[in-house]
Write a protein that binds this ligand. Structure first.
Ligand code: GCW
Length: 725
């Protein structure tokens, strides 16, 4: 071979590698060669994997793939343990060596694992063991993560088991492939091609989820367009094809079940949950599903919320509805995830509704029902207090629902790391059984001794080549999965792992990027909804600001309903003199939140309507504090933008440019948020701006006239105007 040909060949290899490599498709599973490969090579000379099941096969495949990439050489599979540095993976049943090691597998459960460095007959071995093949698979990903993050891989002594039983990604994907609140393209589930063609992408989807230990996926949207058709025979075959891809990865499929399905696809005249024919229909449907998908997970249900059908249409309760479905699924081991997001146009403060509708039925739900609540009592806002459903239903399985897709946090455009938001919620003290009753202890079942526990995240993935629309939104998928496995993990540690796996381990890059991620959510709160404000986004698209009364003289109902601003002050009174939502919390919190001086300033206007001149802890007026927060948000985005620009040498062009383009847009948007909000509130308060804050560049009329384009993924449903309580 001439040198020219060799050179051309090398260039092509490098170029094609780069082009394919850094478009974000590989997520945190990039397995690029480690600069420290030499350190690990003696510890990973060969792989011995005696398991024969499909799950054992994918674990071995992943390990070989990971080691080949990270250590830069193909691994030889060996039949025995002849070499020092062998990695032995399997269960005690598969390997006499593992069985003889006396590993603490009793603490690994059905899905956890043990990683252990051992010496057998004088040879150093690394053991990745589980009680099941799925445990081994999770251990394999955990082992690879150690290498990817350049952690030590000798002297391993790790035991890990998930703290929450069902760890699921909820897709709000419609069967026509649009996605409700999706900002990364269309649904990856191409129903028209299924079951005949099964895209190889589904395997990568399963790998990504399994790498985090997720074990469930709800394929369809629980909202209006979740056509009952997904429960018909031909469609179940499509779901079965997806289930077949997920199965080796330990992931079960679930479907949203439309409450009126017996009428829509069953020809019945009613969907009354106490009607024997309706009950029989669901039993027959469950039998049919399990004939086609023997390990089907169960149903996710949105009932009597935002116009969805439900048991209340027949004068029945949530418990009647959920239990009917639960009875149909129980013989097959299936579960009902019944959502507590039950918002409807009632004359009750919206943030009270979930608790007040579910509290009366505490103790009446079947064991295979989980009441799944959003983290806050409203709707995935940049900041809310935790929902009082957590801790309020001691005799009910209570599952957590987070939103990974950033409906209210700037879609895929704004850089907002959600690990900190979720950590704040999980660590919130409910006082349900005195101190030490955090939301995490409710969700992991330990507080009320619940065996069936769950955590779900509304997915942010779509057909975008990088899955999430933005690279940094991949971090939210990652963080969700890691917290689902262990809700006590630290958001910063998770961010560090993700940055190292996704970009580089060079501290000159990782420390500023992790710092930027860690403050990014507070930054968004600052420019969007500081001091406990919520839902100031325009009602239709939920992207940009609209705190005002609209051109027709009517409020863009959401923002005005939630800011209650007038000449006298701002905020929602949720104490005893207002909607008294505070009473839904345990006594110490109810007391604390009733007093503005004791309420955390970050939640001040959530619980209180206060005069513009109210004095904050530092002596500033509420007005000055509010304006200062908006302004700080803009400055922080500008700092992120500058910080990222300086990191160009560490990032490939494609991912660098996408992120810097989005940061530039975020900066413009933050200015808009700040100026529109300040202009509106100043028109009411009539107060001067604090020193150092420039007046909005445009008059209020300018912002009011702004028409943001209709956002993709937005269903355009207009919520019924809400009566004042
Ligand atoms: O946040 C709101 C969204 C709806 C969504 C609803 C829900 C799936 O605006 O698009 O519908 O919550 O969670 O049910």
């Amino acid at each position: 071979m001439t040198r020219g040909v060799l050179f051309a060949g090398l260039c092509a290899a490098v170029l094609s590698g780069m082009a394919r490599a850094e478009d974000g498709y590989d997520l945190w599973l990039r397995y690029r060669p480690l600069e420290t490969a030499a350190r690990y090579r003696p510890l990973a000379t060969s792989v011995v994997a005696p398991g024969q099941t499909p799950t054992a096969a994918v674990a071995r495949e992943e390990l070989v793939r990971g080691l080949s990439g990270l250590l830069g050489r193909p691994e030889k599979l060996e039949a025995g343990l002849r070499r020092s540095g062998t990695i032995l993976i399997g269960t005690p049943a598969q390997s006499a060596v593992i069985a003889a090691l006396d590993l603490p597998l009793d603490r690994a459960g059905d899905e956890g694992f043990v990683l252990r460095s051992v010496a057998v007959k004088g040879r150093a071995l690394t053991v990745i063991a589980g009680n099941t093949d799925v445990g081994v698979l999770h251990g394999t990903f955990a082992y690879l993560r150690l290498l990817q993050t350049r952690a030590r891989a000798d002297h391993l002594d790790v035991v890990s088991a998930p703290k929450i039983k069902l760890r699921m990604l909820d897709h709000w994907d419609n069967v026509d492939r649009t996605i409700e609140r999706g900002y990364a393209g269309f649904s990856i589930f191409n129903w028209w091609e299924l079951p005949g063609h099964v895209s190889p992408q589904f395997k990568d989807y399963a790998r990504a989820n399994a790498s985090l230990g997720l074990n469930g996926t709800v394929l369809t949207n629980p909202s209006g367009t979740a056509f009952a058709v997904a429960l018909t025979g031909p469609w179940l075959k499509k779901t079965a094809a997806l289930a077949a891809v997920m199965r080796p990865y330990g992931i079960k499929v679930y479907l949203s079940a439309r409450f009126s399905a017996p009428m829509e696809i069953g020809g019945l005249k009613t969907a009354d949950p106490l009607d024997p024919a309706v009950r029989q229909w669901w039993k027959d449907k469950a039998d049919e599903i399990y004939r086609i998908i023997p390990d089907f997970g169960g149903f996710l249900v949105k009932a009597n919320s935002e116009g969805q059908p439900g048991p209340q249409d027949y004068g029945r309760s949530h418990a009647d509805g959920a239990n009917m479905m639960a009875d149909a699924l129980a013989p097959h081991g299936g579960v009902v995830l019944w959502r507590a997001f039950v918002y409807s146009a009632k004359p009750e403060d919206r943030v009270r509704q979930a608790y007040s509708e579910f509290k009366p039925y505490d103790g009446q739900f079947r064991n295979n029902v989980i009441v799944q609540s959003k983290n806050g009592p409203l709707d995935f806002q940049p900041r809310e207090p935790f929902s009082p459903v957590f801790g309020g239903l001691p005799q009910t399985n209570t599952g957590m629902e987070f939103q990974i897709t950033k409906e209210y946090l700037g879609f895929e455009i704004h850089l907002v790391y959600l690990g900190t938001q979720w950590q704040e919620v999980l660590r919130s003290e409910t006082f349900a059984k005195g101190p030490g009753s955090s939301v995490a202890r409710v969700v992991d079942g330990s507080l009320f001794d619940r065996k069936l526990t769950s955590i779900a995240g509304a997915s942010n993935i779509g057909t975008a080549r990088n899955w999430c629309g933005s690279i940094f939104d991949q971090a939210n998928w990652y963080a969700f999965g890691r917290l689902a496995w262990d809700p006590d993990l630290d958001a910063k540690g998770i961010a560090e792992e993700w940055v190292k796996m996704t970009f580089t381990t060079d501290p000159a890059f990782t420390s500023p990027v992790v710092a930027m991620m860690m403050s990014s959510r507070e930054t968004a709160v600052d420019y969007m909804v500081p001091l406990g404000l919520a839902h100031q986004m325009a009602t239709s698209h939920h992207y940009g600001p609209a705190p005002w009364v609209n051109d027709a003289g009517r409020p863009d109902w959401n923002p005005v309903y939630y800011n209650r601003a007038d000449a006298g002050g701002i905020g929602v009174d949720r104490t005893a003199t207002g909607s008294n939502a505070v009473e839904q919390y345990a006594a110490p919190l109810a007391k604390q939140f009733s007093d503005p001086a004791k309420t955390p300033e970050s939640l001040l206007l959530w619980f209180h309507h206060l005069p513009w001149g109210y004095r904050m802890a530092n002596g500033d007026t509420l007005w000055d504090a509010l304006v200062t927060h908006y302004d700080r948000g803009v400055k922080e985005v500008a700092a992120m933008q500058a910080g990222w620009a300086a990191l160009k040498p560490y990032v490939d062009d494609e991912r660098f440019t996408l992120t810097s383009d989005f940061l530039a847009m975020q900066k413009e948007n933050a200015v808009l948020w700040r100026d529109a909000s300040i202009a509106y509130y100043q028109s009411l308060s009539g107060l001067p701006l604090p020193k150092n804050v420039a007046a909005p560049a445009e008059p209020l009329s300018y912002y009011k006239a702004l028409r943001l384009p209709f956002a993709p993924g937005s269903p355009g449903r207009t919520a019924a105007p809400f009566r004042e309580e």
